[in-house]
Design a protein around this ligand. Structure first.
Ligand SMILES: Nc1ncnc2c1ncn2[C@@H]1O[C@H](COP(=O)(O)OP(=O)(O)OP(=O)(O)O)[C@@H](O)[C@H]1O
Ligand SMILES: [Mg+2]
Length: 313
């Protein structure tokens, strides 16, 4: 049953999409609330884009239902589109048109009356800091500027809900910061944002994060709640004898998990305080003495791995 709660602006129940034998999205149940930023986080091929395409009414699901602002994505796609801004993974800008011409084009496409365009389009350009570049060909824009232009093209009809597919992929940190600044400005105007990302750091900026793996939504929680639900505590171990240390520690009964991460080993233990002495002792007995162990906070990546293992086990 779909609810009538006005605070729920996106609701999916049992949403499923198959491509031949492959289940791209598997019985997705999800609610997104008005005014929140929800990040769908998952590796390549997890089913993020397929989810967004179904939610935007572009792709028909095989099973289940989705409603956005009460509109059914299949039966009321046209009405839905008036409230929706969808930024696909590769947004179709016209390289041979200028920044302003691209924006005009999308405003016409969305049937924004010319009188409104005259007021709104300069505002959007200013909003994205693109006014000085309005006569530049889209082909000559940097990656970050292209994404900003793509974003404002999806805003021409003043949507209440944005679906953004990996909006900052490939951006440098400064452009990404700017892009998020713009998203926060939009939030202040009451817009709700649903975005897909493969990037843990990006997902941390959202109010809630949904972890998606092989078409299934494993969990949807705030980053803080995910961290608190992490079972155990984490230790980081550094030593010049990294490989030896890893070999010795693997399989020790008091370690839940031993993971090599570049220049360090990350250990999951029940209680950090009790484990440090045991680890040092084990290593010392095997002749490894030069070790530094410190406690660390679990990141979304650690949490993701743990939840995935739990599902598989
Ligand atoms: N049109 C299609 N035809 C056949 N298979 C498809 C199609 N679109 C997606 N798939 C498959 O469905 C699965 C989910 O793909 P999807 O693009 O939704 O993942 P994603 O999470 O967006 O990945 P990425 O991070 O690479 O964008 C993948 O296995 C993909 O190969
Ligand atoms: Mg994708």
């Amino acid at each position: 049953m779909l609810s009538n709660n006005p605070e729920i602006c996106l609701q999916a129940t049992g949403l499923t999409k198959r491509f031949g034998p492959r289940v791209a999205v598997d019985r997705l149940n999800l609610e997104v609330f008005r005014g929140e930023v929800f990040a769908l986080l998952g590796p390549d091929g997890a089913g993020k884009t397929t989810t967004l395409r179904m939610l935007s009414g572009i792709l028909a699901q095989d099973e289940g239902q989705a409603r956005l602002w009460g509109f059914d994505t299949l039966r009321q796609a046209r009405q839905l589109r008036e409230h929706l801004g969808y930024l696909p993974q590769s947004f179709g800008l016209y390289d041979d048109l200028t920044v302003a011409e691209n924006l005009n084009f999308y405003a016409d496409l969305c049937r924004v009356p010319r009188a409104q365009q005259r007021q709104r389009l300069p505002e959007l350009l200013a909003f994205a800091d693109l006014t000085p570049f309005q006569d530049r060909l889209a082909a000559k824009l940097s990656g970050g500027m292209r994404q900003k232009l793509g974003l404002i093209c999806t805003l021409v009809h003043r949507p209440r809900l944005l679906l953004l597919d990996e909006p900052t992929s490939g951006m440098d940190p400064v452009s990404r910061q700017e892009f998020w600044f713009i998203l926060h400005e939009l939030l202040k105007t009451g817009v709700t944002i649903f975005l897909a990302t493969p990037d843990m750091d990006e997902a941390e900026r959202a109010h809630r994060v949904g972890l998606m793996h092989q078409g299934r939504l494993l969990v949807a929680e705030s980053p803080q709640a995910l961290k608190e639900a992490f079972a155990g505590e984490l230790l980081e171990l550094r030593t010049p004898d990294l490989r030896a240390a890893r070999r010795i520690l693997t399989g020790q009964p008091y370690l839940r998990q031993v993971l090599a991460m570049g220049d360090r080993i990350v250990l999951t233990v029940d209680r950090a305080e009790a484990a440090v002495g045991l680890i040092e002792q084990t290593l010392r007995q095997a002749g490894v003495t030069n070790v530094q162990i410190s406690e660390t906070e679990p990141g979304l990546e650690d949490i993701f791995v743990q939840i995935m293992r739990r599902q598989e086990g």
